[in-house]
Write a protein that binds this ligand. Structure first.
Ligand SMILES: [Zn+2]
Length: 357
């Protein structure tokens, strides 16, 4: 049932209209951020098309056909070659292709075309998902054009992407584009509470961290986010409270640790968010606007040592570093330099008061 999905009410009502009219397009392009529920919506559409026990125009969600529709049979190994086949669900008419490496291959598109030309085995429609369709290259896009143009009326091909701009105009013109909006923080919070995924305080925090993506709110990403944030908080404390240069250099080293290589940008984002929070508090803004609400006591301690100018300077220094990284300067030494510049920016307010006259 569509109502079991969180957010995107506009898409739900569009789907219902299409189902009622029996006019679900044969080629669709679902766009919207990662983890927003595009795949779940596509599977719900597949259920609505194939459920023998429909409730109105929607799948019942309870019959064997509906249940099997959500279960993908991923290959046992992570070998790229094993990912080149269609990954079928337990329903023989519903499958998906994913990029084995960075690119969706021509052969995969040919497989979809071949399978799309068969009549459904069990249900009334065959549904094929193409995950991360932005990973199509020109050749694989061209291999897909024919079946997108004239899919057999019992087959539906759904391209999923967060980056529709990467696709050729010829793909766009053959697909009905369905835009998914970010899920609001309050919808995410309600979803986490309703499904008992998190306690009240944690649900609120997960919802804020998720930035519109339900997937992100429930993923391990949240745990790693909490870890990264604790590390970034240490930096801010070393800068504002303890003036601990050794800690700063240690943090710079950690930031450049090979294990955190892919998190560098994310960590900087988090550091910036913490700085912004401390800045707001230093300017006596209401605590309700603080993003990292659960860290309020720590942030208040930090903000007590700050004037408005220092955090503003930090933010622009971080932005400068980001610009420098684009031209490929050494990240390790740039990070060291950044933290030392940040530490030198201005002495904390409290110490200023003790300057002898
Ligand atoms: Zn059903």
């Amino acid at each position: 049932m569509l109502d079991h999905l969180t957010g995107n009410e506009r898409v739900k009502s569009l789907f219902r209209k299409l189902l009622e009219a029996g006019r679900v397009p044969g080629a669709m392009l679902f766009t919207g951020e990662e983890g927003i529920g595009k795949k779940l919506f596509a599977l719900e559409l597949a259920r609505a098309l194939n459920c023998p026990n429909r409730q109105g125009v929607e799948g019942c969600g309870a019959c064997p056909a509906c249940k099997r529709t959500g279960k993908f049979n991923y290959p046992q190994s992570a070998e790229p070659a094993d990912l080149e086949d269609i990954i079928w669900t337990d329903h023989p008419d519903v499958g998906m292709v994913v990029a084995p490496k960075r690119v969706l291959k021509v052969d995969q598109m040919r497989r979809i075309e071949r399978e799309a030309n068969y009549r459904p085995y069990e249900g009334k429609a065959r549904v094929f998902l193409i995950e991360d369709a932005d990973k199509l290259n020109e050749q694989s896009e061209n291999a897909l054009l024919k079946v997108l143009e004239e899919p057999p009326h019992t087959s539906h091909i759904v391209l999923l992407t967060s980056r529709p701009g990467m696709l050729l105009p010829t793909i766009h013109s053959r697909c009905q584009m369905i835009r998914f909006a970010p899920v609001s923080a309050s919808e995410i919070e309600a979803h986490l509470l309703k499904n008992k995924i998190a306690s009240a305080g944690e649900a609120r925090m997960r919802a804020r961290v998720a930035r519109g993506s339900l997937g992100r709110a429930v993923s391990d990403e949240f745990e790693s986010y909490v870890e990264m944030r604790a590390a970034m908080l240490k930096i801010l404390q070393a800068l504002a409270v303890t003036d601990d240069r050794i800690q700063l250099l240690r943090s710079a080293e950690e930031l450049n640790d090979a294990r955190h290589k892919d998190e560098y940008e994310a960590r900087l984002d988090i550091l910036e968010a913490l700085i912004r929070d401390a800045w707001m508090l230093a300017l006596n803004a209401p605590a309700a606007g603080v993003v990292n609400e659960d860290l309020l006591p720590e942030l208040q301690k930090i903000s007590a040592r700050l004037d408005g100018a220092r955090p503003a300077g930090w933010l622009s220094q971080i932005e400068e570093l980001r610009e420098q990284l684009i031209v490929n300067i050494n990240r390790k030494s740039a990070t060291d330099a950044l933290f030392l510049t940040m530490a030198a920016a201005a002495p904390p307010l409290e110490r200023k008061r003790f300057v002898p006259k």
